[in-house]
Design a protein around this ligand. Structure first.
Ligand SMILES: NC(=O)c1ccc[n+]([C@@H]2O[C@H](COP(=O)([O-])OP(=O)(O)OC[C@H]3O[C@@H](n4cnc5c(N)ncnc54)[C@H](O)[C@@H]3O)[C@@H](O)[C@H]2O)c1
Length: 297
């Protein structure tokens, strides 16, 4: 596999394009939004500069990486020669189904179609294509150039051959792939999201404050960041959407999202990306400041 198309150039798409291009794959990066595409190249350049400054990449490798990426605003143009397509567009089932219908129509019939979805069923996505055996989940972690894991998700129809190809390809990117089956939340979010939800319930019930909950989990369990801070980074709207998938997918009330999370999202407090969630975020500051909403009187 040599030609990789990446759909969506947001947080995950730019990281996925970066990693493939750095490992000498030819990347067609596709987004409907030209501004998002331009911003992705700026982000990739900034991240490559950081690698050069650290001495893990040379200036020549940086230029070669950037040269390997071509931008497109049309799926039809961007997937014509693809061996593999990694979809990393907005997490929305109707949008993903529409995109996969187009990928099936415009890409070579032997191309593998992968999704970076955090929670949408790979089996359901595969079912709208005519090549269910070649549809698979490739769940990269954020930030992609740094995080080693790729959760490789086998849909109901995914073939052994497709799975093997994606496992080897992930290794060629210096990642560690782990094979899992397609059930709600896969493995990563099935275990992570209930922990985050429980941390929010602990706050909601007044057992402890934001700082105390995160400190217990950081110092007591050696987690690099507390669950409330992590939820802010993932995006509280994203956490809520994944909990809803778990709740409906398993029909089990243990996954029901905490009412505090539901309220925060409805009020627009979605975490770091909106400037406030459990903590307050100001540009350029690395200080962790608890939101006024949760300050103790
Ligand atoms: N953010 C994370 O930490 C994270 C981690 C793992 C997986 N994911 C998954 O990765 C995917 C992308 O998430 P993100 O955080 O990068 O989102 P994002 O909002 O940062 O980027 C999504 C991009 O998709 C583009 N897009 C929307 N419709 C499109 C279309 N029809 N064709 C082409 N591009 C289109 C948007 O313009 C945007 O630039 C989601 O499925 C998400 O669940 C996210």
């Amino acid at each position: 596999m040599k030609n990789i198309s990446v759909i969506g150039s947001g947080t995950m798409g730019n990281g996925i394009a970066h990693v493939f291009a750095q490992h000498s794959y030819l990347v067609n990066l596709i987004d409907i939004n030209q501004i998002a595409l331009d911003k992705a190249i700026q982000t990739i350049t900034k991240n490559l500069d950081r690698q050069v400054a650290k001495g893990t990449l040379t200036e020549e490798q940086k230029s070669a990486t950037l040269k390997n990426i071509t931008r497109h605003t049309s799926i039809e143009d961007g997937v014509k020669t693809a061996d593999l397509i990694v979809e990393a567009a907005t997490e929305n089932i109707d949008l993903k189904l529409k995109i996969f219908r187009e990928l099936d129509e415009f890409s070579p019939t032997e191309a593998i179609l992968a999704s970076n979805t955090s929670s949408i069923s790979i089996t359901q996505i595969a079912a709208i294509t005519g090549r269910g055996d070649k549809v698979i989940g490739m769940h990269f972690m954020n930030p992609v150039p740094v995080m080693k894991l790729v959760e490789v998700i086998r849909g109901y129809q995914t073939s052994d051959e497709t799975t093997q190809k994606i496992m080897s390809l992930s290794e060629s990117l210096e990642k560690i792939p782990v094979e899992v089956n397609d059930y709600p939340g896969f493995v990563a979010n099935r275990i992570l999201m209930p922990m985050i939800n429980e941390a929010i319930y602990t706050l909601y019930e007044g057992v402890a404050g934001v700082y105390e909950i995160d400190t217990v989990m950081k110092l007591g369990m050696a987690h690099p960041m507390g669950p409330l801070q992590l939820a802010d980074f993932i995006g509280l709207d994203v956490c809520l959407a994944i909990l809803k998938v778990l709740n409906t997918g398993f029909g089990n009330p243990k996954y029901a999202p905490c009412p505090l999370l539901v309220n925060m999202v409805a009020a627009g407090y979605k975490g770091a990306k909106t400037g406030e969630g459990f903590y307050k975020y100001t540009a350029g500051s690395k200080d962790l400041i608890v939101s006024d909403k949760f300050k103790k009187s």
